[in-house]
Design a protein around this ligand. Structure first.
Ligand code: ATP
Ligand code: MG
Length: 426
């Protein structure tokens, strides 16, 4: 036998015993998003590299060092998508979904970044994203943020997350602020680290986002973006805060919140937690009114967020137990004709109780051995068909989790007996 091949570093398997929290998360996301009138969109996992370079920005962590980029057999440069907004906008433009209309989209799937793997940070991870197009005013900012708050409520995570809010202003006010920031940090260069000194030239706003605690003091005293907003952005931001307050959504203003991607304008927000160590951002988003034009479309407003599913799962697992699902019924059968009967009955039961789960024992072996497997499966009931049952047109029903005696029932009584013992699933 050869050596077992291992998965790519930072890319995880999700095994059946840990799938319950994922299924709960996915179901809740779908349900809430649909209830807000958002429509699912699915786009390819691979896009042209240029799409991400043009949208995310050359001087960002993602484009500089995190993308999985490769040449395909035609020599085209392609990239495994590192985030969802670019692909969504590309699809919207290509399919004519954005011009002079409003849209509300959501999606869910894997994303890829070549980062240093650690708890809450992987090379393949999953995001659930939301994008809203064609709405310039702060109303949609309020809706999208309320929707994200609602998600955390429905997931039972509201007590563990905090909403942080900032405004990045218009491209003009941001450019003016950028100058001030460069002046300030140039005067304090001795207090910066290598990364930030480099960013001073490429992307000075990102210094504010530095995770190096030694920089906190110099960042704390830097000029604040929200004090230099243009009038329209300031008004937009004020309105948004009014809407959120009216909706009873608590938030904290965080002037250092700048987000890692170049395309944001005006509102940016992030849901953070202190329960996951260094990986505090659980859901991040903002407005990107310039992006669609940047990607070749007509000027169109846009806004969205990405929720990190692995980090959300880590939170869900901290607050609740997620036992692996167990079957309701386990069929045990003697010989081939007993199995044939089990097969037929299982189909009848499935038609009658669509929500119940069944396991048919298919691996042969003695009845005793099959009992053992039925017990291990965690099933509630064992349905036994052996020689006697075949002769009598009957089935033996044995409760496995409760101290109730087994009973032999006629085939035509099986539905009622199963229903009674499982507590009325129909
Ligand atoms: P961070 O500052 O933690 O690197 P980010 O700003 O790069 O996050 P975004 O690009 O805004 O993250 O992605 C949205 C969300 O996706 C994040 O809030 C986070 O929950 C999640 N996320 C980002 N990168 C990873 C990763 N490598 N592994 C797992 N989740 C991630
Ligand atoms: Mg990152």
């Amino acid at each position: 036998m050869g050596k077992i091949i291992q998965a790519v570093r930072g890319m995880n398997d999700t095994l059946p015993q840990e799938i319950a929290s994922w299924q709960f998360l996915e179901k809740t996301l779908r349900h809430v998003l649909q209830s807000y009138g958002y429509h699912e969109i699915r786009t390819p996992i691979i896009e042209k590299t240029e799409l991400f370079k043009r949208s995310i920005g050359e001087a960002t962590d993602i484009v500089e060092k995190e993308m999985y980029t490769f040449s395909d057999r035609n020599g085209d440069s392609l990239t495994l998508r590192p985030e969802g907004t670019a692909g969504c906008v590309r699809a919207g433009l290509e399919q004519g979904l954005l011009y002079h209309q409003t849209q509300r989209f959501w999606y869910l799937g894997p994303y890829f970044r070549h980062e240093r793997p650690q708890k809450g940070r992987y090379r393949q991870f999953h995001q659930c994203g939301v994008e809203a197009f064609g709405m310039l005013g702060p109303e949609i900012d309020a809706e999208v943020i309320m929707l994200s708050a609602h998600l955390f409520e429905k997931l039972g995570l509201a007590p563990y997350v905090t909403l942080e809010l900032n405004s990045l202003g218009s491209p003009d006010s941001r450019a003016a602020y950028r100058k001030q920031l460069v002046d300030y940090f140039t005067q304090h260069q001795d207090q910066l680290d290598d990364d930030s000194r480099r960013r001073l030239l490429t992307n000075p706003l990102r210094i504010l986002d530095s995770k190096n605690p030694e920089l906190h003091k110099v960042i704390e005293q830097a000029p604040k973006l929200h004090e230099h907003l243009d009038e329209a952005s300031a008004e937009h931001f004020k309105q948004l805060q009014y809407f959120l307050t009216e909706a009873g959504i608590a938030f904290q203003l965080n002037p250092r919140l700048v987000r890692g991607l170049d395309y944001y304008t005006k509102t940016v927000f992030e849901w953070t937690t202190t329960a996951l160590g260094a990986q505090g951002a659980v859901c991040s988003g903002g407005r990107y009114d310039g992006l669609i034009e940047q990607l070749g479309g007509q000027s169109t407003a846009g806004l969205g967020f990405g929720l990190g599913m692995e980090r959300t799962i880590l939170l869900l697992q901290q607050v609740k137990e997620w036992p692996a699902p167990t079957p309701d019924v386990y069929f045990i059968s003697g010989d081939a004709s007993a199995f044939a009967k089990a097969l037929r009955l299982s189909k009848q039961l499935k038609n009658h109780f669509p929500d119940l789960s069944f396991v048919l024992h298919c691996a042969g072996g003695s009845l005793k051995n099959q009992f053992k497997k039925a017990n291990q499966s965690g099933a509630t009931l064992a349905l036994i068909i052996a020689e006697e049952e075949l002769k009598a047109n009957a089935v033996t029903v044995k409760p496995l989790r409760e101290d109730i005696p087994q009973e032999r029932v006629q085939e035509h009584d099986l539905m009622t007996t199963v229903s009674r013992l499982l507590g009325n699933h129909d």
